[in-house]
Design a protein around this ligand. Structure first.
Ligand code: GDP
Ligand code: MG
Length: 164
């Protein structure tokens, strides 16, 4: 049964969303409208301009890949728009709304996704989304500071650390 009020709702999560240089500022309002329509709460938001060092740290999982240097250069080339989004199951939900990494493929498989509608290709794809709880915490820390990231730890994590 697809009743909206589940006995087991997805736990509230926080995730990092970025509107990348190809879509910011031109597509910011459209993308925020999609985010709000899906029921996310925007708990923090700011224009940011990554230094090369911050971009390298942000994308360190991709060090050594052929696109890494271009990605870091591009992401530090212009201002972007950073947001912390929250709702039940936010990490998976935001990546689903964003769509597949490659905007050209997204237009074939997920035509209403944000990357399909607002991105260009396999490198310039409009938005970023954290891919796990660990990535979300790390990335929120890189962009908004580690004190802020720690301050939004979900209650379950706070309770378990308080008990240990
Ligand atoms: P994401 O988590 O869906 O953003 O994808 P990844 O973590 O795999 O890659 C990070 C970002 O690097 C992507 O969003 C793209 O901007 C870029 N990227 C990923 N794979 C490729 C690729 O094969 N070629 C190029 N040029 N860029 C890529
Ligand atoms: Mg990724």
């Amino acid at each position: 049964f697809g009743n909206a009020v589940s006995a087991h709702p997805d736990p509230i999560e926080f995730t990092l969303a970025l509107i990348k240089p190809d879509a910011y500022p031109a597509k910011k309002d459209d993308i925020l409208q999609r985010i709000r329509a899906e029921g996310f709460t925007i708990v923090k938001e700011s224009e940011v301009h990554f230094s090369a060092d911050v971009a390298k740290e942000f994308y360190k999982e991709h060090v050594g890949k052929p696109f890494y240097e271009t990605l870091v250069g591009w992401m530090s080339s212009a201002p972007i728009y950073a947001m912390v989004l929250s709702k039940g199951g936010a990490i998976k939900a935001w990546r689903a709304l964003a769509g597949p990494t490659n905007s050209e493929k997204a237009r074939e498989t997920s035509p209403t996704s944000i990357r399909a509608m607002y991105g260009k290709d396999g490198s310039e794809n409009a938005v970023h989304g954290s891919d796990s709880l660990e990535s979300a915490k790390r990335e929120i820390g890189v962009v908004f500071g580690h004190d802020f990231a720690a301050s939004i730890e979900p209650p379950v994590a706070a309770a378990s650390s308080a008990a240990s």
